[in-house]
Write a protein that binds this ligand. Structure first.
Ligand code: MN3
Length: 206
């Protein structure tokens, strides 16, 4: 029976830029499917799965952490959709039309951990291209304060394991296939050179 009582649901966050803002590295067509279909569907499915469960009313981060710790099949489905919803919002913010070279504290941290920007890009690119199948390539702050590169498979996310992500690249095929087909290395190279939102990474670092 329909109720007019407002229920706490997880909202689809707005994109931080227009759908065509990242072109030509990522086309408006890709963003319209990736955000408007893939990301939106994770959010919609999540809301359907948590309705009437103890997860309802929790924040997205809380749902990710709680469902990661639970071992049952229902929790696994909730985790997949919650983590994908969280990862995608983090991914949109990891990019900007004004990408380029890092400055300030994030530049210092990168140089301390990787030597220089070129060495970071090489290591991150190898990890992103080498992630077998669907997944994510992350720049994270390790427990010792140094920056590290990690990859996760499918929906998995550092925040489920107490990690501190600074940036993420989506390497699921849906992130680049319309523009690059099988050329994931070309997509990752252009992503690193043109789209990285270093201010977002710095904000997450400090
Ligand atoms: Mn995706």
């Amino acid at each position: 029976m329909p109720s007019d009582q407002a229920k706490a649901t997880i909202a689809l966050p707005k994109l931080p830029y227009a759908e065509d803002a990242l072109a030509p590295v990522i086309s408006a067509n890709t963003i319209s499917f990736h955000y408007g279909k893939h990301h939106a569907t994770y959010v919609k499915t999540l809301n359907e799965l948590i309705a009437g469960t103890p997860y309802e009313g929790k924040s997205l981060e809380e749902i990710v952490v709680a469902s990661a710790a639970a071992k049952d099949a229902a929790a696994k489905k909730i985790f997949n959709n919650a983590a994908q919803a969280w990862n995608h919002d983090f991914y949109w913010h990891s990019m900007t039309p004004k990408g380029g070279a890092p400055t300030g504290k994030i530049k210092d941290a990168l140089e301390k951990s990787f030597g220089d920007l070129a060495a970071f890009k090489k290591a991150f690119g190898l990890a992103a291209v080498g992630q077998f199948g669907s997944g994510w390539a992350w720049l994270v702050k390790g427990k010792d304060g140094t920056l590290k590169i990690e990859t996760t498979s499918n929906a998995d996310t550092p925040i489920a394991h107490g990690g501190t992500p600074l940036l993420v690249a989506d390497v699921w095929e849906h992130a680049y296939y319309l523009d690059y087909q099988n050329r994931r290395p070309d997509h990752v190279t252009a992503w690193l050179d043109k789209l990285v939102n270093w201010s977002f990474a710095e904000k997450n670092l400090t």
